[in-house]
Write a protein that binds this ligand. Structure first.
Ligand code: C5P
Length: 207
């Protein structure tokens, strides 16, 4: 079994890149952000508090990885709620256990998130840390929203991205940071095609 770990901040393009890589190598893919989002959504749907660690961890332990769907979980307030419960150590312990179970699947797996190379799969065969400047990430997010027929404001998105970065990089448990042995991929000036072929060269050399 081989695991490819892909980490990076919100809206850096990890999702698209991870799906392309998984497809190319015939590996299973898990977007671990969805496990935090699904836990947050389950709490909201059941009218449960977002600030009670024991309650949130109970929901996290019962999460079914089979039913994760980004279209249902993409709402902005779910992302915000997810990053709040993601600071809770017992929520992380429950979700990391499920993610490690997924990582062991044959013939191989691609996991993307914030702490895959550092905590979830420290022995991953390849680790990528994908970033782009906050302005580029905000522009991509805005383009996505506009392409979907929505309306949004660049400065609001940029503020949101900066706040999420601060929360993800500043938390005590499993902060977002590149693993010591991660390959850095800054996609600020790259198309998705260019990012994919750069990632593929790194992975081919390592697998
Ligand atoms: O990647 P996405 O925006 O869907 O993730 C939602 C939130 O879940 C992130 O802001 C982050 O706080 C949290 N998360 C995490 N660890 C991961 C994946 C996501 O803490 N491995």
């Amino acid at each position: 079994m081989k695991t490819i770990a892909i980490d990076g901040p919100a809206a850096a393009g990890k999702g698209t890149l991870s799906r392309r890589i998984a497809e190319d190598y015939g590996f299973h893919h898990l977007d671990t952000g969805l496990t935090y989002r699904a836990t947050a959504k389950a709490l909201i749907d059941r009218g449960l508090p977002l600030d009670d660690e024991a309650v949130a961890a109970g929901v996290a332990r019962n999460l079914d990885l089979g039913g994760l769907d980004r279209t249902v979980l993409s709402a902005h307030d779910i992302g915000e709620a997810a990053s709040k419960i993601a600071v809770m150590p017992s929520v992380r312990r429950a979700l990391v256990e499920a993610q490690r179970g997924f990582a062991a699947r044959e013939p191989g797996t691609v996991l993307d998130g914030r702490d895959i190379g550092t905590v979830v799969c420290p022995d991953a065969a390849v680790k990528l840390y994908v970033t782009a400047s906050p302005e580029v990430r905000a522009t991509r997010r805005l383009d996505e929203i506009v392409a979907g027929g929505g309306v949004a404001d660049f400065e609001t998105i940029l503020d949101d991205i900066r706040r999420r970065d601060e929360r993800d990089m500043g938390r005590a448990d499993s902060p977002l940071r590149p693993a010591d042995d991660a390959h850095l991929l800054d996609t600020s000036e790259m198309s998705i095609e260019a990012a994919f072929s750069a990632a593929k060269s790194i992975i081919d050399a390592a697998l």
